[in-house]
Every structure is written in structure tokens, then in C-alpha cells.
Design a binder for this molecule. Sequence first.
Ligand code: PEP
Length: 252
Amino acid sequence: MRKKVVAGNWKCNTTLQEGVELAIAVNQLVAEKGAKDVVVVLGTPFTHLTSVISAIDSKRIGVAAQNCAAEAKGAFTGEVSASMVKSTGAEYVILGHSERREYYGETSEILNKKLALALENSLTPIYCCGEALAIRNAGTQNEYVINQLKETVFQLSAEDFKKIIIAYEPIWAIGTGVTATTEQAQEMHKALREAVAEKFGQEIANETSILYGGSCNAKNANELFANPDVDGGLIGGASLKAEDFIQIINAY
Ligand code: PEP
């Protein structure tokens, strides 16, 4: 059965001390009342990875970087490689977030290099895809998002694709307070699962976790996660409050 995953994306928020405090609070709530069948992941800034990993029970909570370099190593000032991420003890890496695509020019070509390096270093990519409002308004969102997959994760072998978590994040819903309706989320997730089935077969499609992201919070998670093809969430703003985050973890 495919995994249910609730992953927090802290983005460029929290000092190291604040991040560790938040991780400790989430860890405590997960230990006290976290749903046992949900994989919980904290996507922290690079600077926090080691300290957050030391502060949590790694049997219950995984940790993700929010990016990794497109090169393995070398003269790339300021970059953090997949092997460096792995060496902190992190198990996941968020790749292709729309903010990275939009503000840092991440193309499918760059993402393919990052995906390959993440997989070579045994990191689980949480691969983000999603359309802008103009594409949604034009009604071409399904083709657009499936094409994002075709250009990237569908280039992988079936063996490697099985290691990927997909996060559908409509750009118009990220950080805006506007959430996709439960119908919009289900329609897209179903279309993505069908595309995975077409490419890699039904068995792999059935096992692929497809998360929803975009203003998902403690109030609406329940309804969104009730959809048969929504396997959890990638959570931005609401992952910065431990009390909200635990409610989302327990929203199934
Ligand atoms: C995100 O950036 O991955 C995200 C889903 O953000 P928010 O929940 O704040 O919309």
C-alpha cells in the first residue's frame, strides 16, 4: 500500500535555535499523538539539518533538505551537494519547488541532474510540480503538469521512479490562502496517477505517493486528504506551527 506522507517545507524561515525548538515541539507531539501510519518529514534549511536530526526521533520523523546542487562537487561557491545533504543524516530532498523554478531559474534539465544526484546518494526526492493561474484559467493544467513529469521523473528508470514522492502544488495556491478545492485536487491527482500508470504500469502507479501542497492547513487538510488519490501533503506556512502541523498529520 502506498505511503501517506505529511512533509513540512519551512522554506527560508527560522533561525537555527527556532528551528530546533520547532523540531522538538513537533517531535513531542508526534510521539504523544501522531498517527502511526503517516510518514512525517521536516524540510528544513541546510543549516538546520544536523541539529534537527539530533533533536528528533528519526524512527518517527524524517528530515529533508529543500534543494541540492546540480553538480556532485567542485568549484560551485555556495552550493550544497546531494552527498553533503546525505552526510547530515537527511533522507529526503525537495526538488523542483515552484519558488526554485521561478526565482532561481530551475529548468527540467537542471532538475534532471539534481534528481540523478539525489538518487545516487540514496536521498528520496519529493518532486514538486504544478501550474500557474494562467494555465489553470486556460484549462490546460493537466497537460502542463503531466508534461513537467514527462520532462523529468518520467525519464527515470522504473526502479528509480519508485523511489520518488510527487507533490502537486498549484502555484496559485502556494502561500496565498487559496486552496485547490477537493475536486480540483482529486482530478489532478487522478490524472497524474493515470499518467504514471501509462508510463510505468498500474502497479507502480498504485504505489506512488502523490502529495497535495498549497495553503493546506489544519482546517482543510481533512477534506483534501479524504480524496482517494491524495496521499498526504507538502505543507508550507502551517508547518511552522507545531500544533497546526500535528493536526495535519492526524487529518486522515
Ligand atoms: C509550499 O511552499 O510547498 C507550500 C505548500 O506552501 P503553503 O502551504 O504555505 O501554501
